[in-house]
Design a protein around this ligand. Structure first.
Ligand SMILES: [Zn+2]
Length: 399
């Protein structure tokens, strides 16, 4: 069994944000009060209070500060646990001879998460229901697997809200895999591997995308509030679902095939590509599908004790994988021909070889890997931003 975290963007309403922030303030108050109590117990020579001892104080604190009843009781118990584990990690670090400091009082913006241990929340059909907060939309771009152990609701520095599910998942290692592969995500739903394999999306995938495009253009021509518009809107919604299903299907089949063969998978970083500002690439509908493939690769690698890592894609298609020379070519040129070393291969396979090289350069330094939670949390919104069609973004948020 391994612990995996699944991180999703939350879309709380204005009232819910206010309620969440109020809970954070109350939890911070409770945290500081329990920490103060722990310090005074230690000063009095009675030792550091246990988690249970701190939990016993909660009813008393609620009587003193009735507002605390607005916080789900288990979330408050988790605050007590955090105080205790602050001391525990202090002792652990000291034992290990590391630099250690006692837990500190938390300032105004130094308390930004609430943890629900197993109870107090419910996840269903793209909606997360939190006790004492209500239902809110959750951007569930991949399913939660295994047994949910805790849910932590966090506020990022930028003021965005996320739900992090910590789950116990069974690992299924795959034997006899080759060590590493580079993956190039080309235009026109084409995946190239550094071993020369070219995988093309099934025709139905492209067909569904074209149908979606037509439905969207049709919708934009209809008058607001008209009955025809409503009909067109429904057609777009169902075309969206079809595209999402085909993409998911293709992404998972492709990822499974790659992960079954290779232990380490290197793939271009979508975020870097977005920053490169290549309009022709970023505007293509394919981007949304590539986000899904990246997620599928990350997730399947983790489940099988492998690794999916992201590398900077800059110049991968223009560089010769044989000698490293810069060989400029237009998007229409399908074959890479190096005038310096004579290498002649498929342009996308050449790019995949460069991705592999870059991946091997970063090696096994964990810091270079984008942790799964981070990847999955940022990708859907990035995809939503770069896709030219707003329905694309909608499709991801809908899950
Ligand atoms: Zn060359």
């Amino acid at each position: 069994m391994i612990r995996l975290s699944y991180k999703y963007r939350l879309k709380p309403s204005t009232e819910q944000v206010a309620a969440l922030e109020k809970q954070l303030r109350l939890c911070r108050w409770a945290y500081n009060a329990l920490l103060e109590h722990s310090f005074s117990e230690r000063r009095a020579g009675r030792g550091t209070p246990t988690h249970n001892a701190l939990t016993y104080l909660l009813p008393e604190m609620k009587a003193m500060k009735p507002e605390l009843n607005n916080v789900f009781s288990q979330v408050l118990q988790n605050v007590a646990k955090r105080v205790r584990s602050g001391f525990e990690s202090y002792w652990a670090r000291k034992r290990a001879g590391l630099k250690a400091h006692l837990p500190r009082f938390r300032g105004e913006d130094r308390y930004d998460s609430l943890t629900y241990p197993q109870l107090g929340f419910r996840l269903k059909d793209g909606v997360l229901c939190l006790s004492k907060i209500g239902d809110m939309r959750i951007v569930q771009h991949r399913p939660v697997e295994g047994q949910v152990k805790t849910l932590t609701v966090t506020r990022s520095r930028a003021g965005k809200w996320y739900a992090v599910f910590s789950c116990e998942v069974e690992v299924k290692p795959i034997q006899n895999r080759l060590p590493a592969v580079g993956v190039d995500l080309g235009l026109n739903s084409l995946v190239a591997l550094s071993d020369g394999t070219l995988i093309e999306a099934p025709r139905s995938y492209r067909g569904a995308e074209e149908r979606l495009g037509r439905a969207q253009r049709c919708l934009s021509r209809k008058t607001r509030g008209s009955r025809n518009r409503e009909k067109a809107r429904r057609r777009v919604a169902s075309a969206c679902e079809r595209v999402a299903n085909r993409r998911r299907d293709f992404a998972y089949k492709t990822a499974r095939m790659i992960v079954n063969r290779y232990e380490r998978v290197y793939v271009e970083d979508l975020n870097v590509q977005g920053m490169m500002g290549n309009r022709r690439l970023s505007k293509s509908l394919g981007d949304a599908g590539w986000g899904m493939l990246r997620n599928a690769l990350t997730y399947m690698a983790e489940r099988s004790e492998g690794v999916t890592a992201f590398v900077n894609p800059r110049g991968t298609s223009q560089t010769c994988s044989g000698c490293g020379a810069y060989v400029e070519k237009d998007l229409s040129v399908r074959v890479h021909r190096c005038p310096w070393c004579g290498l002649t291969i498929d342009r996308d396979v050449n790019a995949a070889l460069n991705v592999l090289k870059r991946g091997l350069e970063i090696g096994l330094e964990r810091a270079e890997y984008t942790p799964v939670g981070e990847v999955t949390a940022t990708q859907p919104s990035e995809v939503g931003q770069v896709a030219s069609v707003s329905q694309e973004a909608h499709l991801f948020r809908g899950g």
